[in-house]
Design a protein around this ligand. Sequence first.
Ligand code: NOJ
Length: 555
Amino acid sequence: MKTRWYKDAVIYQIYPRSFCDGNGDGIGDIKGIISKLDYIKSLGVDAVWLSPVYKSPNDDNGYDISDYRDIMDEFGTLDDWKEMLDGMHARGIRLVMDLVVNHTSDEHAWFVESRNKDSEYRDYYIWRKGRGKNGKKPPNNWTSNFVGPAWEYDEESGEWYLHLFSKKQPDLNWENPKVRQEVADICNYWFDLGVDGFRCDVITYISKQKGLPNGKVKFPIIGQEKYTVGPHYHEYMHELNQRSFSKYDSMTVGESIGITPDNAGEAIDERVEELDTVFSFDHMGVDFAMDVLPRKFNLAKYKKILNRWQQLPKTCQPTIFLENHDQPRCLPRFVGDYKDKRELAGMALATSMLFMRATPYIYQGQEIGMTNCNFKEEDYLDIMATRVFQLIKKYFPPLMPYAKKVMLKRARDHARTPMQWTDGENAGFSTTKPWMLVNPNYKEINVADNENREDSLLNFYRKAIAYRKGKDVIINGEFSLVYPKDKNIFAYIREYQGRKLFVLVNYKNKPVKFKMPKELTFTNANLALSNYSDSRPAPENMTLREYEAAVYELE
Ligand code: NOJ
């Protein structure tokens, strides 16, 4: 029976490689997570989304899986994993695993077999003859999300295989019923071990357009539109739901490029029985999860996008996130030059996201306001940044300074620097030199320091999450924007059975005037939360201070 627990849940994302190293080899692992379970519990979150921990050669840090039923050696063993799950459940925290089934690793046994044309696994992947005289041109013009052609030639069989990510991540052929059954079996395997849900990686890519037609050339990304929400997408998701998701009290969230407020009903309405929720990327100002092209933040546009999701029918549950392992840190992106007001700005962002009608996700380090890192070229380790640099150096060397500038703002590496636990050696992440550069600002930004200050960002997150818990007005209330076009203030009202919640946030590092709208009448006001100790007890015409954020209960 589905209890839809996720409607009143806050979910914390862990990127295991960078969270905590338990065995002193410089790489985050499951033992490290176990050692931080009390910390996670102290945040008040209800569930953890754990990025992949399965066996993987790590071409894309675990998003290239070579065995779906076992744990990566660097992260520990299945027994460690079970201990972690028990530890979470004992603390009332659910576990949402990452499900990466658009593609496998090229080292997965299925793909190794599939290289043989006569194998029954050949049709588990998307193999095609090439174009041109000798078939030496790829079957179509699609490019991978990591830049360059989405096809790799296999000398032995004289055919090409499709990979929408790196060439070590061959796409599965979901048209093959055996593949779909394998995926359902994998999900049920983990459900039977006790997991509570899945975050489904690039799930809208699973059904490709019939005949794999050429895409429109949009350098450096080509033909995206040809591989999202293909003709059988809904059929496959409903089937997976019936074979697996619906049998458990689970929650699923799709990384669903191509699902918009206009078509969300077809994908997440409770009645269609596919996924429960999706992540969309429109509010992040990107066209898809790994889009690195820089764009300017516009608050009015941002509010408009979020509002469209908020207005979905009650049978569709939105999500909200500001960070994840593919996105740079949220502060510079949303609040501009925060200077010495980093924590106030972090509180402003927390306040505006946590009280929407949505399941909020907080990414590790967001709760202490971790920032982007001032990387040198050699510090980047992620396949995205390193490939872009490599290709630019080869084909357009004069563009290197520009590429470096872009990566300083947009590389995925920014979210992957080790979690800053203390101001001690290696930021308390590991006893050895970590696999990746620690952001030098750990001396100033770390969990231990936040714990010591009552008014820290971390403690603000704790208060806000605790305040959110179990409140009907937040879980079910109507959402309406106040001054939707205002470029400085993000304000909204939540309303449920006569109770109102008014959320008021200044997004700017300067004082901003606020005028109470006439229609916002009340007889009683209670200041429930704010990031200044002396915010006004009731909303009225006022000047909001730099990044001032307040939540009022109105009657
Ligand atoms: C989306 C994941 O979030 C990202 O980290 C990964 O590189 C791609 N999917 C490929 O699995």
